[in-house]
Design a protein around this ligand. Structure first.
Ligand SMILES: NCc1[nH]cc(CCC(=O)O)c1CC(=O)O
Length: 309
């Protein structure tokens, strides 16, 4: 590759939370190493501003993404780096995922100043999370626990934990590791216990669909297995009417060339038991990954899960 000025200069639109900045700077470094001139455009999204209400009640995942898309649309920025977990299943017309990068640890972490594992928590202890998925999975493991809402970026949530409002909280291991906070992790939930969210731990890069130049620039950052895995996971969410207002988990793991996909759905009112479904297939293309996700979603519904629409 020639490192000439002909290489596309790239502006990255990013939220200003420390995790978002870490992610944007990570992509910046990878692109800079390939000779691109890369700068960051920081911005605050509605999702960052609204901290007093549960996200599922005020519009869901899109809240973290919309402002960044407006910047792409207006040409103020070229790409947006997202935690895929926060990206709606269907992007708006004119936008596309140019690549999905190698996944960090997709699992959830148990964080507590006093207790090392979920099992150690005393009867009726208060656990902080605003994720409906974490809530139903926690209640399935420990029906006695009191789940209280907890919003804000990773540092804010840790501060609220340290102030004593909760006995423990659950966070994505990926975010803690990226922020250099892995010593806060007391234990990691195995996926069988606490099935991760679709896309958890993976980064996706969004562009305007017509930017072929950027697709080429970003292609070397793609990680094929991660892309296949999260495509299958996200297909489950899409088929269930996916938004973060649904208590849904979807997680893929590889065994040789077989992608094994597990999903779980919970009734947030607790009237129905947790519904689980799984499927496996040899997956080599994004279409095959998508088909596996749809098949697992169909099994979830057959087992009693109620999707949105
Ligand atoms: N919902 C916020 C969010 N979006 C992505 C991550 C973690 C990093 C990732 O999954 O890539 C987090 C924090 C958390 O759930 O603990």
């Amino acid at each position: 590759m020639t490192h000439s000025s002909a290489l596309t200069p790239i502006v990255i639109a990013t939220r200003e939370s420390q995790l978002a900045m870490w992610q944007a700077e990570h992509v910046q470094a990878l692109l800079a190493a390939r000779g691109h001139a890369v700068s960051l455009l920081g911005m605050t999204t509605r999702g960052d501003q609204i901290l007093d209400r549960t996200l599922s009640k005020v519009g869901g995942k899109g809240l973290f993404v919309k402002e960044l898309e407006v910047a792409l649309e207006e040409g103020r920025a070229d790409i947006a780096v997202h935690s895929l977990k926060d990206v709606p299943m269907e992007l708006p017309e004119g936008f596309a995922l140019a690549c999905v990068m190698e996944r960090e640890d997709p699992r959830d972490a148990f964080v507590s100043p006093r207790y090392a594992t979920l099992d150690e928590l005393p009867q009726g202890a208060v656990v902080g999370t605003s994720s409906l998925r974490r809530q139903v999975l926690l209640q399935a493991l420990r029906p006695d626990l009191r789940i209280e809402p907890l919003r804000g970026n990773v540092q804010t949530r840790l501060r609220k934990l340290d102030e004593g409002q909760y006995a423990a909280i659950v966070l994505a291991a990926a975010g803690l590791k990226r922020l250099g906070l892995r010593e806060r992790i007391r234990s990691i939930f195995e996926p069988e216990q606490m099935l991760p969210a679709a896309g958890q731990g993976a980064l996706g890069i969004e562009i305007r669909s017509q930017r072929q130049d950027l697709r080429e620039a970003l292609a070397p950052l793609a990680h094929e297995r991660t892309w296949l895995t999260v495509t299958a996971e996200r297909a489950v969410s899409r088929a269930m009417g996916g938004s973060c207002s649904m208590p849904l988990a979807a997680h893929g793991q590889w065994s040789d060339d077989q992608l094994q996909l597990q999903a779980a759905w919970g009734d947030i009112e607790g009237r129905l038991p947790l519904v689980r479904a799984a499927g496996a297939a040899r997956v080599r293309t994004l279409d095959e990954a998508d088909a596996l996700g749809l098949a697992v979603a169909a099994k979830l519904r057959a087992a009693g899960a109620i999707g949105a629409g």
